[in-house]
Every structure is written in C-alpha cells, then in structure tokens.
Write a protein that binds this ligand. Structure first.
Ligand code: GP9
Ligand code: MN
Length: 626
C-alpha cells in the first residue's frame, strides 16, 4: 500500500477518489442529460478539475495538516454532495442559498424525509472511508513542502478549472450571464462551483438590497402617476369582471409572420382569422432581454422592466412584488401556470411563488414520451390537450398562463408534422421557423376547439402574445429577403414587434389597434378589464384601452418607440416612414426612457416593494362610494 501512494501527494490521491465518486453521482443519481460528445468531456473533466482545485488548497499547510485537511475536505465535500442528492430525490433540483433559508421547503419534505434515503447511500461515503484508512499510512515526506511543488499544484488545478469553464462557455454561450437553469450549470461547472456561483449571486443582490432604504419610492410613484395613469376609465373597464383569464405566451412568435404566406400557404391561418374577431395590437413590442421567456413573464405580470443582464427570475427571486396573480387573488381568483418543461428552468418553481401563483403544472404534470416530444420537449398540441383536464378542475374565476414550447430555436419539426413548406433562404433557422410557427398556430386552434368543447371558452377572455423574437440579427440577410427590404437599425426595432391578441368571446365590436404598445401594458390592461382599479401601485404600463396617454414603449437596451418616432443606436427615425430625423426630436423622450429604466432597476435591485404598500379597489365600489 505504501508503495502505491509512496511518492504521490496524498491530496492528489484523495482528489481522484472524490472525483470518481462525484462523476458517478452526476451520471447515475442526478442523471444529467448528455446530448453530445463535448458535454461528455465536460462532465468527466469537471469533477477532476474541481476536486483537484479544492483538495490542492491543502498544499499551503504543513505536511501533517495537509493530511488532516484532506480528510476533512473529503468529508465536507461528501456531505455537500449528499445533501444535494437527498434534495434532488425530492425536488429534482439543486440546493440554492435562498432554499436553505426557506424552512417551508423543509416542511415539504416532512415525514417523507426517510423515504428519500436509500440503501446505497453509505456507498456515497466510501471514498471518505478509503481516504481515512490511507491517511494513516501516508508518508509525510511525500507531501509538497517546496514552494515550487505548491505552485505546480496551484497552476495545474487552476488550468484544469479554466479549461472546464472555457469548454462550458463553448457548449452553452453566456452560461453565467443568462444562468438559464441550475441543471445546465451543474452539468457544465459541477455542483461545487455551482454553489460558489450561487453564493456570489446571492451576496450581490443582498448587498444592493441592504443599501436601499425606500426613500426612492415616492419619486418613482410620482413619475408613474404622472406618466402612465389614465385620467379617464377605458371603455372596456370591467368587461371581463369575474371572467377567467387565459394567457397564451406564444414562444418566439413575431408579428412579421402574420398574414404572410410561403408558397401560397398562410403561415398562421388560425391567428389571421382570430385577429379579425379580436382586439389586435399591430404595433405591440416585446421588451425582454437576456431572461427571454422569463423576462416576458416578469414584464407581463409586474409591469416592471427586466434587468439589463441576467434574469430577474434568478437574481431577485426573493423580492417583494406586486404581480397580477397576487393582486387578483384578493378578488377571488385562483392562478396557475402551465408549462411542460423542467420546473427549475428559469427558476420558475421559486419565482412563481414570489409572483403569487397558486399552481404550477410543469413537466411532471404531463405524460411526456418520445412519441409526443419534439425539440425542447412535449409538443404544443399534446401540451394543450393534456392541460384541458387541469383547467377544467380549476376553481373559477382563474388566471391561467400557458407557455408554448415547440416554436423554439432551432425550430426543428419532423417532416410528417409540417403543414407548409419551409422557407427558402440562406438561413436554416428562418426556413424552419415558418413550419414551427404554423405548428403552434394549429396547436392554438385545437386548444380553442377544446376550450369550447369543455365549456371553458364562454366564461373566459383569451390573451395571446409573443414572448420575444425568434429570429435574431444573425439572420438579417434572410429576413431582408422575406420582407423585401433592407434590415436597417430602424427595421430591426420594428422586428421586435410580437402579436398581441385580446379575444373576448361574444364581443363583436373589435378592431385592430395600431397605437404603439408593449408587454409592460398587459398588467394594467388586464386589471382594468377585470374591473379592478389601482389606487396606488408603482408600474410602468398603461391600460391599452384608454386614449388619453401618449404611448411610449421603451426597450431594455434603451431604444424606444412613440407614435411619431423610433429611437435606436443613437439615431432618431420617423416611425411611419423609417426616415432618419434630427436627434433633437428624440432627445426629450430619450431621457424619459432612461429614467424609466433606472427607476425600474432601483425598484428591483433595492427590493423597494418592501417599503411600499399597493392598493386596489373594485371599479364599481368606487362608483358606489362617489
Ligand atoms: C423554457 C422556455 C423557453 O422553459 O420558456 O425558454 P427561452 O429560451 O425562450 O427563454
Ligand atoms: Mn421563449
């Protein structure tokens, strides 16, 4: 035995044993999805790099301490891994700092805690036992004492770790900025580095929160009062009082596909018809940034801006909020989100509680198999079909949000599911896109039929909106072929338009509304339709059915759109013609747009709703009182 470990530093042997165990846990307990060779390499490299990095820290101590700390490192590391294993068995998720403070989660585990333990669990500590036994026989002379040996250990472990991060970035660009999903993070940087990253994220947002004292809110309230609050009630105020609200977040749906054809076939035949029979906002913009779908959810439910980096759903999931589901729960509404993806994606499982949702029907609520999955998971058609039973079981009135998935990049669809030809351009993405958009159109059509058949349709209003763009700037050449015009910075802003369709069954006096609007406006519009009036709240949206407010749509990158102008990349354009105007025309609104973004950021980073109590009342109540 002594001969085997004779010359090798003890920390390195321990690191290797620990790495092998970690790899096996990743592979067989966390069951991380491996989609390609690079992911395979990362998953094998990461435990080695990370273990070596942490265990090699002991070389800076005296040899006897090195041995002692190596043992401790193995024990602590094993417990961290084991806690994650137990947590994962219950939540299919990884521990975050806020979770450690969420005692209610521990409550959830309750009596089932014992059932989470398995007879294989002692095996998860086998390396610790081996390390303890070996540590008694290790020769202290073989431990690094010279500076050179110490530096060699440090350089090697850091190099491996950097290699791991570089590969992870290649595999998932912007992994850290977007912080998509804990599973991706763990898959790419391992569970230990993920914990460090999570602690850093947490400390940063906590620090900003600690600095805030709430004095800013008055000024922000005054601003939003003056600029966004209508003086006159809209014509549709209370039109949907006590009705169900069904929101459909249409993945990657952009306005440019509506009323367009490919080889003589409409891309969105159902939506084109629906538009005729609904309020359709033809100049409605998404306002999302890196948080993509989650940003759109944030904007729609809170009427605040997303952040310029990261996703609020991750960075500020513990904030106090004033979100639609929570507000309307006071008026008898139950709320739910339906989305057949992993519930930790975009930290939804945590964030939906924060926003006040009562239920979240995630992947677990659906029967998902190879036959009914395409691309990111369950097909939209199967998703809507399987959702109906849950919707029927919900207590009325409800606020139910459906998030579709099939029309997601890279927009792959098996040939037999394609009802229209692919587009023909140099962009495979755009070529595919039209086919998946059409698939989603058919899925929504089928959902409408099922809503009617199940009797849910009559008592509901149905609001469909695109969550964000699907075709990025990288496809400008193909887009300019599709649109028959050059994609200038002005056109690029115009391409951020996504459809907004407000469908009120039985209501015939509908129209296409061309005034400019954005996702930010949905919260006040919905509340107003439900007959709920704001007494005081801070948000940046306006009721879209009022006419006495000059519309202003600010995009997260500082571009903005008014009835007259489009401002982007330091240039001012006429909104109708796209002609460039003098910057002076845009200047005053530019500073207003900047302050809105700043105000919204301080509300989020400072968690200012802690210091502010919002107030609502029923529209009729106020009338009665007057
Ligand atoms: C995933 C879905 C898509 O659950 O919301 O996310 P995206 O990449 O569009 O943000
Ligand atoms: Mn999306």
């Amino acid at each position: 035995m002594n001969r085997i470990i004779g010359k090798t530093p003890f920390y390195a042997i321990a690191a290797m044993l620990f790495a092998v165990k970690t790899y096996l846990v990743y592979r067989f307990i966390f069951d991380l999805d491996i989609e390609n060779g690079l992911q395979e390499i990362i998953l094998a490299l990461n435990p080695i790099a990370t273990s070596l990095f942490f265990f090699s820290l002991v070389v800076w101590f005296k040899p006897e301490k090195q041995v002692k700390y190596t043992r401790r490192m193995a024990l602590i590391g094993s417990f961290i891994l084991y806690f994650n294993v137990v947590y994962f068995r219950f939540f299919s998720d990884f521990i975050t700092v806020p979770v450690l403070f969420q005692t209610s989660n521990v409550g959830d585990l309750g009596s089932s805690f014992l059932s989470l333990l398995s007879i294989i669990d002692p095996l998860l500590f086998i390396d610790v036992v081996i390390i303890y036994v070996l540590s008694k026989r290790v020769s202290l002379d073989a431990q690094p004492v010279l500076k050179r040996a110490k530096f060699r250990a440090a350089v090697l472990s850091i190099a491996l770790l950097v290699g791991n991060v570089v590969l992870a970035e290649m595999e998932r660009p912007m992994l850290f900025v977007r912080t998509f999903d804990r599973e991706y993070l763990v898959k790419n940087i391992g569970v230990f580095n993920y914990h460090l990253y999570d602690i850093a994220l947490h400390s940063k947002s906590k620090a900003q929160r600690v600095m805030a004292d709430g004095s800013e809110v008055k000024e922000i309230e005054q601003y939003t009062e003056e600029n966004n609050k209508s003086k006159q009630p809209s014509d549709l105020q209370g039109i949907a009082k006590d009705k169900n609200v069904i929101l459909i977040s249409a993945e990657s749906l952009q306005t440019f596909v509506l009323n367009e054809e490919v080889n003589g076939k409409e891309i969105t035949p159902f939506l084109n018809d629906l538009v005729e029979d609904s309020f359709y906002f033809s100049n409605f913009y998404h306002q999302t940034e890196q948080g993509k779908t989650s940003d759109s959810e944030w904007i729609v439910d809170t009427s605040l801006y997303p952040l310029s980096r990261g996703a609020v759903f991750f960075t500020n999931s513990e904030n106090e909020t004033s979100a639609t589901p929570e507000i309307i729960s006071d008026y008898g509404y139950t709320s739910a989100v339906f989305h057949a993806n992993n519930k930790s994606f975009w930290n939804r499982s945590v964030m939906y509680d924060t926003l006040g949702y009562d239920h979240f029907y995630s992947e677990e609520a659906y029967d998902v198999n190879d036959e009914n999955s395409i691309g990111w998971g369950l097909t939209d058609k199967a998703f809507f079909k399987q959702s109906i039973k849950y919707l029927e079981a919900m207590e009325d009135p409800y606020y139910a949000k459906f998030i579709t998935l099939t029309n997601h990049h890279p927009f792959n669809l098996p040939e037999e599911e394609q009802s229209i030809d692919k587009y023909d351009s140099n962009s495979k993405t755009l070529n595919n896109y039209v086919t998946t958009v059409r698939y989603m159109d058919e899925a929504i059509e089928q959902f409408f039929e099922d809503l009617k058949a199940s009797g849910e349709y009559e008592d509901s209003i149905i609001i469909i909106y695109g969550d964000h763009y699907g075709i990025s700037e990288n496809h400008n050449k193909a887009m300019s072929q599709f649109l028959g015009k050059e994609i200038t910075p002005y056109e690029h802003v115009q391409l951020q338009r996504v459809p907004l369709i407000v469908h009120i069954p039985g209501y015939e006096d509908t129209s296409t509304i061309t005034k400019v609007s954005g996702q930010m406006d949905l919260k006040p519009t919905i509340l107003s339709m439900l007959g709920i009036e704001t007494i005081h709240d801070v948000d940046f949206g306006t009721d879209l059915f009022t006419n006495d407010i000059e519309p202003l749509v600010v995009l997260r990158n500082g571009s903005f759109i008014t009835q007259d102008v489009v401002y982007t990349a330091d240039k001012c354009y006429d909104r109708e013609t796209g002609e460039e105007l003098d910057m002076e025309t845009c200047e005053p609104t530019k500073s207003q747009a900047q302050s809105e973004l700043r105000y919204s950021d301080s509300l989020i980073y400072g968690d200012l709703f802690r210091f502010y109590s919002t107030g609502y009342q029923e529209f009729e109540e106020k009338n009665k009182a007057n």
